[in-house]
Ligand binder design. Structure first.
Ligand SMILES: [Zn+2]
Length: 91
């Protein structure tokens, strides 16, 4: 292997530890749920899922799981206002 490529590999390994360099702007994930498979997408802070829970509540277990997996790389989905304690507003 040429020395230039060795340098690139070393740099890549260093970058991998400097995670603040990385920002996920778009994700499309095939999620194997307990009852069915789902497609979850993330686009610059906006989460969507094709499951019933997301359609009804605007949030679901699939999105919550992916927030945990990609913590630090993506923005968390906002909690739907209907599920916040009485009188608490978002925004
Ligand atoms: Zn979902």
């Amino acid at each position: 292997m040429d020395s230039g490529m060795i340098g690139k590999i070393e740099k890549g390994k260093r970058y991998a530890r400097e995670t603040d360099r990385v920002h996920v702007s778009y994700l499309r994930v095939n999620f194997r749920g307990e009852h069915a498979d789902h497609i979850v997408a993330y686009d610059e802070g906006q989460w969507t899922c094709d499951c019933r829970s997301y359609q009804h509540r605007g949030l679901c277990s699939h999105i919550i799981a992916l927030e945990q997996i990609f913590m630090g790389y993506v923005a968390p989905a906002p909690m739907p206002s209907a599920y916040l304690p009485e009188g608490m507003m978002v925004g």
